[in-house]
Write a protein that binds this ligand. Sequence first.
Ligand SMILES: CC(C)(COP(=O)(O)OP(=O)(O)OC[C@H]1O[C@@H](n2cnc3c(N)ncnc32)[C@H](O)[C@@H]1OP(=O)(O)O)[C@@H](O)C(=O)NCCC(=O)NCCS
Length: 175
Amino acid sequence: MYLDSFFQAMAEFESEGNPQVHKNLSREQFPAYVRQLHDQSIGKNLKDGYIPSKEFWIVDRDGYAGRIILGLTFTPTPEKLGHHVGYAVRPSKRRHGYATKALEALLDEARKLGIHKLMPTCDAANIASRKVIERSGGSLLNPEARVGELRFLIDLDADSSLRASSSTRNADEMG
Ligand SMILES: CC(C)(COP(=O)(O)OP(=O)(O)OC[C@H]1O[C@@H](n2cnc3c(N)ncnc32)[C@H](O)[C@@H]1OP(=O)(O)O)[C@@H](O)C(=O)NCCC(=O)NCCS
């Protein structure tokens, strides 16, 4: 079931012009793809410019619903204050609270890994993503930006009361 739902999800991403894996990934290549994700999580065979990262899949009773990724290393710069976070929910599963719930769960994983500063970004026009980040306690670092990339910091060392009170509407379906 997961394999079918995975490929159905990839087709959905593809048809909205937002591919999540390389276009011609076949079922035969799927095990190698999963191995590559595992390698990526331990920093093995990294492609140029890639950092180690852990990918988690969002699943519900229908199978694959999306993914969320945590960068395991980062080089601090004035612009880069925390670990990379990326996520995508397949189009047919959006607006059920999955991304919100996934980011909350990722914060717990980050804590376990000793990661306390995360820096999700999103386009200023991406209202859904902005809501997801702010619900998890993301503070906007560049409020002057009206277009282009918004940068947020989630500081797990800071007071977590905002996250504790955040809503997880409809997220009870998640597996
Ligand atoms: C951004 C994304 C991950 C959100 O996933 P999701 O599971 O639908 O998010 P949630 O259901 O947790 O919704 C979070 C909030 O955004 C709102 N929202 C979702 N889609 C929206 C849209 N298209 N326009 C406006 N608000 C939207 C939800 O209604 C919810 O707010 P509410 O509870 O006040 O109603 C998903 O839209 C996606 O995969 N987009 C393409 C990839 C992407 O943009 N990734 C993030 C890159 S920074």
